[in-house]
Design a protein. Structure first.
Length: 197
């Protein structure tokens, strides 16, 4: 039985994994601007021709390398919108403090303004990270804790806006006291009604 095809597949997978790992490493250390095919090739030991065989452009490589960043927080279901929102906000703040993707996000936002392929990546990342807020909003509307006209985007903006501002603009700590204030302020802005089971 000829297993030469298996050996080729293993080598291809190993090369692709090395390229993606070095691309992600470059992304998290220097942002999108720090990624070039030349540098990925140098660091991974994979020839540029091989890289271009699998990814026809730098943008295509970036899209695949970024496809795993920004895992969505788990969707809590405590039975209370306030508690669900607090859990989501704490998780998002933790990711902004410690996840490697948090250092890359500003350069993705910037690149999305100029490169259509990266605009799609930005949209996918945004949707993945914010989907849990939509899920808890829908449940809160169904339970009568939120008015029917409250959109998930309202909830997301009330939470993500202050966290993102503090992480990337004022660069102050995303500590527990701040996160609690963000949740309390959001609940007040959104006119949340107590849930009666």
């Amino acid at each position: 039985m000829d297993r030469s095809g298996d050996a080729v597949d293993v080598r291809v997978q190993r090369s692709k994994a090395a390229v993606l790992a070095k691309t992600y490493e470059l992304l998290t250390s220097g942002g999108i601007g720090g990624v070039s095919i030349d540098e990925v090739s140098r660091r991974s030991g994979v020839a540029k021709t091989t890289i271009y065989r699998h990814w026809p452009s730098r943008a295509a490589l970036l899209v695949e390398a970024c496809s795993t960043i920004g895992t969505a927080p788990p969707v809590p279901d405590t039975g209370s919108f306030g508690a669900d929102l607090a859990a989501l906000t704490e998780e998002l703040a933790e990711q902004l403090r410690s996840a490697r993707w948090a250092a890359v996000l500003p350069s993705i936002v910037d690149a999305a303004e100029r490169e259509p392929e990266l605009a799609g990546l930005h949209a996918d990342l945004h949707a993945r990270l914010m989907a849990p807020f939509g899920a808890v909003t829908e449940r809160a509307r169904a339970r009568g804790e939120l008015a029917a006209d409250r959109e998930p985007a309202d909830v997301t903006a009330a939470i993500a806006g202050p966290l993102f501002y503090r992480r990337w603009f004022s660069r102050e700590p995303l500590d527990a006291a701040f996160v609690q204030r963000v949740v309390e302020d959001a609940l007040g802005q959104l006119s949340v009604r107590p849930h009666s089971p």
